[in-house]
Design a binder for this molecule. Structure first.
Ligand code: ADP
Ligand code: MG
Length: 266
């Protein structure tokens, strides 16, 4: 694997001219169009946008679960990793990326501790991390649930297990696709505060998709997608509170509904 340079460390994610088209027969759906994005190491970026705007596609490409169109350049930690062979992508993902889904994706037959330990079984030299499982479970507020199965847990608790499974490998990049989408407001805020404090402690970078302005407001930076393009890229500090961010988001959504209806989006 290529050694990361200082330049790469600062620009953890660098996307240049990213295109992704889904083709079924003669039907071609352009999900991402000439997308460019740089995310610095340690940034917490929220990704917003209407349903179908390409948010999950972007995350799946960053996770190496989807291949972009030819000519796209996606580097993470200096590695143009989407060009690698499948096996190398899997190894890269395991070492560097933690993924959190809306529906938790836990293994139903494994308890809390076993679910969190799962990725370590696939990693070499993971004994040191193995010793950190109990401390992580405590940090997630799940010590009293250590031996419980997913079906015995609330949605918020299941998502905390999923966060534990993402964090146990100490990845540089956390990708979360609407992690609070199935949760009530207080559980959602709790999930977000866990992500924020783990970022502070471990220094990883977070890219999180969300529809909810009060969740996006927890990030340092908010990008908004419409029809596969970035149409807004703002710092959280530009807004007094999440209500102001919500007003901006509604405006961006409205503008892009209008332009696409007029057929002026290129
Ligand atoms: P979002 O997460 O913002 O709701 P997606 O990234 O899931 O949007 O989808 C973006 C566009 O790509 C949508 O038009 C969607 O229908 C299309 N799309 C996503 N996945 C596939 C797929 N596997 N096959 C065909 N079209 C897809
Ligand atoms: Mg989605």
């Amino acid at each position: 694997m290529v050694e990361a340079t200082q330049f790469d460390v600062e620009r953890l994610v660098h996307i240049d001219n990213l295109n992704k088209t889904f083709s079924q027969g003669n039907n071609h759906i352009p999900a991402l169009k000439k997308l460019a994005l740089t995310v610095d190491s340690g940034e917490f970026v929220a990704v917003m946008g209407a349903s179908g705007s390409g948010k999950s596609t972007l995350l799946h490409i960053l996770a190496g679960l989807l291949k972009p169109d030819n000519g796209s350049k996606v580097t993470i930690f200096g590695q143009n990793f989407t060009q690698l062979k499948e096996k190398a992508i899997t190894a890269f993902r395991l070492e560097n990326i933690g993924i959190i889904y809306q529906n938790y994706n836990l293994v139903r037959s494994l308890n809390v501790k076993e679910n969190i330990r799962l990725p370590l079984l696939l990693l070499k030299n993971s004994q040191k991390r193995e010793q950190k499982i109990n401390a992580l479970i405590e940090k997630l507020g799940l010590t009293h649930r250590t031996h419980h199965l997913p079906r015995q847990l609330s949605g918020g608790e299941q998502q905390r297990v999923a966060i534990g499974r993402a964090l146990i490998t100490e990845p540089k990049l956390i990708l979360a696709d609407e992690p609070t989408g199935n949760l009530d407001i207080s559980a959602g805020v709790h999930i977000c505060s866990i992500l924020k404090s783990s970022k502070k402690e471990m220094g990883h970078t977070i890219i999180m998709v969300t529809h909810e302005p009060h969740i996006a407001f927890q990030a340092d930076r908010i990008i908004m997608l419409a029809e596969g393009r970035i149409v807004s890229d703002v710092r959280k500090d530009q807004f007094e509170d999440s209500v102001e961010l919500s007003v901006h988001y509604q405006k961006i959504l409205q503008e892009n509904v209008n332009t696409s209806r007029q057929g002026t989006v290129q």
